[in-house]
Design a protein around this ligand. Structure first.
Ligand code: URA
Length: 205
């Protein structure tokens, strides 16, 4: 399937793609989610950050990374010297996938088919914005960025050549850090996350 030819400047094309994504039925996740959460940030950003999917708070707020994972991400970016306002922040999957447990909506990981279906949109965001550096947070984002499954442990710490001369970096997802039960381990893993982002900061300067 080919992406249609788009008319207009970058902002117009971005708004068109976003509008189309709002009506997306390429996978079943649109049925239960509140809304489609598209990427946001400067359309000339040198850096794109890809998360997994909107969480409970993002699903309600309509913006990516505003909940607990987003707060951790913001803190880590600040520590690493990356200005979030200079980054375009998006997700591999644009609808919240969850399971109801009483009143709570518990996050469920998107599967390979959902990630692949949603690459239709991510690919258009990347082709439009053409960031020099793309950071994938966690396995789902890495899969969406690379088009294949990789392990974070073996992929983090080094640049991966992407199309159009872009550089891809893989690191952990902030939610993984929030889930670590051991405080010491959490501190160590958070420091490593900041180190990964520091390497990225060097390159976006
Ligand atoms: N986790 C993600 O991967 N993306 C968000 O937008 C929020 C939480």
């Amino acid at each position: 399937e080919k992406v249609p030819k788009r008319q207009g400047d970058v902002a117009t094309v971005w708004a068109t793609i976003r509008h189309e994504a709002m009506g997306c039925t390429r996978c079943p996740l649109h049925r239960d989610a509140t809304q489609m959460i598209f990427g946001e940030g400067p359309l000339d950003a040198p850096l794109m950050i890809i998360g997994e999917q909107p969480g409970d708070q993002e699903d309600l707020a309509g913006r990516p990374f505003v909940g607990p994972a987003g707060q951790l991400l913001d803190r880590a970016l600040a520590q690493a010297g990356v200005d979030r306002s200079r980054a375009y922040v998006t997700n591999a999957v644009k609808h919240f996938k969850f399971e109801r447990q009483g009143k709570r909506r518990l996050h469920q990981s998107p599967d390979a088919g959902e990630i692949e279906a949603c690459r239709w949109w991510l690919g258009q965001e990347i082709d439009l914005i053409r960031p020099r550096i793309i950071v994938a947070l966690g396995a789902s984002a890495a899969r969406a960025m690379l088009g294949k499954a990789v392990t974070i442990g073996r992929t983090r710490g080094a640049a991966i050549a992407l199309k159009d001369g872009a550089e891809g970096w893989v690191t952990v997802h902030p939610s993984y850090l929030l889930r670590l039960p051991d405080a010491e381990r959490q501190a160590a893993e958070q420091a490593r996350f900041v180190d990964d982002l520091r390497m990225v900061a060097e390159r976006v300067k």
